[in-house]
Design a protein around this ligand. Structure first.
Ligand SMILES: [Zn+2]
Length: 172
C-alpha cells in the first residue's frame, strides 16, 4: 500500500497562489454525510478524519480525548495552520483554549530541520516550513507552483515531488 501521507496530500487542494498559511486547504476526497462534510481517508480498513490526520502530520499524535477543531469554521479544510486542539465543549473564542493550543504547539515533534540555510533542502522541490516545522514539497507546473503537502521526513517530501514529476513526464 502506498504511503498514506502521500495519498492524503493528493486529496488536499492547496491554492496555487495566495497565502500558504492563511488560505483554507480544501479536502477534495470523500466527505462525511453525517456531521456535515468532514474529509475522510481510508487507511486499510480504518477510517480517519482528514483534519485530524493533517493535525497529526504537523504535530504528532492527538492526545486521548482531545478534538481537533477548525479556527476557520470550514470543516473540509485540512490546513494545519487552521487546526487546534480542544475538548468537545471548547469554544473557539475561549482564552483557556488559546492557552492549551500554544502548549500543544510546544509538544511538536522536532524533526531536525535544515542545518545550513534556513529553508534549504538537499532535495529538489523541497523546503522547510518554519510554522509547522515540517518539510514542504512543491512543484512548478506551467509556471505555477503547486503545493504537494507537508511531510515529517525530507525524503518523504522528495518522494512526493518525484512521483508527481514522473506523472507529468509520462502523461504529456
Ligand atoms: Zn481553513
Amino acid at each position: 500500500m502506498r504511503n498514506p501521507i502521500h495519498r492524503f496530500w493528493e486529496k488536499v487542494q492547496i491554492p496555487f497562489y495566495g497565502d500558504f498559511e492563511e488560505d483554507c486547504w480544501i479536502w477534495v476526497g470523500t466527505k462525511t454525510k453525517i456531521g456535515n462534510g468532514y474529509g475522510i481517508l481510508w487507511l486499510k480498513d480504518k477510517m480517519v478524519l482528514a483534519h485530524r490526520f493533517s493535525w497529526e502530520i504537523a504535530n504528532g499524535s492527538i492526545p486521548l480525548g482531545k478534538y481537533v477543531l477548525h479556527k476557520c469554521d470550514n470543516r473540509s479544510c485540512a490546513n494545519p495552520y487552521h487546526l487546534f486542539l480542544g475538548t468537545q465543549v471548547d469554544n473557539i473564542n475561549d482564552m483557556v483554549q488559546k492557552n492549551r493550543q500554544s502548549k500543544g504547539l510546544n509538544r511538536r515533534l522536532e524533526t531536525g530541520g535544515p542545518k545550513t540555510s534556513p529553508n534549504a533542502s538537499k532535495f529538489k522541490g523541497v523546503c522547510w516550513d518554519k510554522g509547522t516545522k515540517k518539510w514542504r514539497a512543491r512543484i512548478l507546473i506551467d509556471g505555477k507552483s503547486k503545493h504537494l503537502g507537508l511531510f515529517m521526513l525530507e525524503e518523504e517530501a522528495s518522494e512526493a515531488y518525484q512521483e508527481i514529476l514522473k506523472g507529468i513526464t509520462n502523461g504529456k
